[in-house]
Design a protein around this ligand. Structure first.
Ligand code: TXA
Ligand code: MG
Length: 314
């Protein structure tokens, strides 16, 4: 059931049930983070492997403190600059955080989402919410209540409808290592933004460093093949018998059915439309989806990350 009733959502969560919640990034599948049964149910409903930990959602920085052993000054700066917002921070967990949340790790990821409905909801609760994206594992993340309904509607009692997600890509996850900010997952806040808003040094995690365990190469899968290509025109000339549809970063002519992610190569707009147009393209009568490589700057790198994972399925 879809609705906008915070009291109903709060009552369900207080009784150990799961509720889908809107955030500025993607919809989350939320449960009481301190209730092992609710957490187990999240893994079950999503068909999520147990080695893949969950993010703790909180209403503000003060409420976050008791779930970590320390809040280093770098984290403090990040939280002050970006919370509420699409930045999640990995910190050493306190005893209050169940091991099920962190999949046994000594560290937990915290986030304060920037969505009024969900912040209001979090403020009615005396526990944090564990909330992975509200989709079956490995499928495209939901950016509307209807997307959640299509994937998980029969499994959960309530979907809190907060409209279309403003950002459309998951949060950026960072760790603090020796005073450095290390990006574990690119997302709604770019490396450039962190550098601009704080005086912290930021780097991307190299592949042999600690990575988010959920960064499986197979992820964000459409049901039909998604091909990343250098040129749509050349691809269509090379494979004239393939019935493709294209996702475009700007308005241009192509020789196949196409969907516009943005009129003028606006990266935020592309991020915002990506998952919903991937779903639509997946449901039309074409046999495959083609997308060109995107500019590797700002949020473009997070978009490239999602497209690479989606393409690597095939
Ligand atoms: O924007 C978001 O972050 C959304 C909304 C709903 O808040 N949530 C989200 O959750 O994307 P999920 O579960 O789909 O992705 C969380 C990622 C996974 O890759 C997971 O491995 C990583 O965060 N993660 C969570 N806890 C971790 C931990 N303790 N250590 C390392 N990585 C962690
Ligand atoms: Mg996810």
């Amino acid at each position: 059931m879809i609705g906008t009733d915070i009291t109903k959502a709060s009552t369900l969560l207080n009784s150990g049930q799961l509720v889908a919640i809107p955030t500025e990034t993607v919809y989350g599948l939320a449960g009481n983070a301190l209730d092992p049964e609710a957490i187990s149910n999240i893994y079950k409903v999503k068909n999520r492997p147990h080695f893949n930990p969950l993010i703790l959602h909180l209403p503000n920085i003060e409420s976050a403190r008791k779930y970590v052993l320390q809040f280093p000054k770098e984290a403090e700066k990040l939280a002050k600059s970006f919370w509420p917002g699409p930045l999640s921070i990995l910190l050493p967990k306190s005893k209050l955080v169940p091991d099920l949340i962190t999949a046994g790790s000594t560290h937990v990821v915290l986030r304060v989402p920037n969505h009024t409905l969900t912040l209001d909801l979090l403020n009615t609760l005396d526990f944090p919410l564990a909330a992975p994206s509200a989709n079956i594992s490995n499928t495209v993340s939901p950016t509307t209540a209807e997307h959640v309904e299509q994937g998980l509607g029969s499994e959960i009692p309530y979907i809190l409808d907060g409209g279309t997600c403003q950002i459309g890509l998951e949060s950026t996850i960072v760790a603090i290592e020796n005073g450095l900010v290390v990006i574990l997952r690119e997302g709604g806040i770019s490396q450039e933004q962190i550098t601009k808003e704080t005086d912290l040094s930021v780097q991307l995690a190299s592949s042999n460093e600690l990575q988010s365990p959920g960064q499986l190469s197979k992820h964000y899968s459409t049901t039909k093949p998604l091909h990343l290509v250098s040129s749509i025109k050349t691809f269509l000339e090379k494979y004239p018998h393939k019935k493709c549809c294209a996702l475009l970063f700007e308005n241009k002519r192509v020789n196949c059915k196409s969907y516009l992610l943005s009129n003028e190569y606006n990266l935020s707009e592309i991020a915002n439309n990506l998952f919903s147009l991937m779903r639509i393209a997946d449901q039309d009568d074409s046999d495959c989806i083609i997308v060109e490589h995107i500019k590797q700057e700002g949020i473009g790198r997070a978009i490239a990350d999602r497209l690479n994972r989606s393409a690597s399925t095939f």
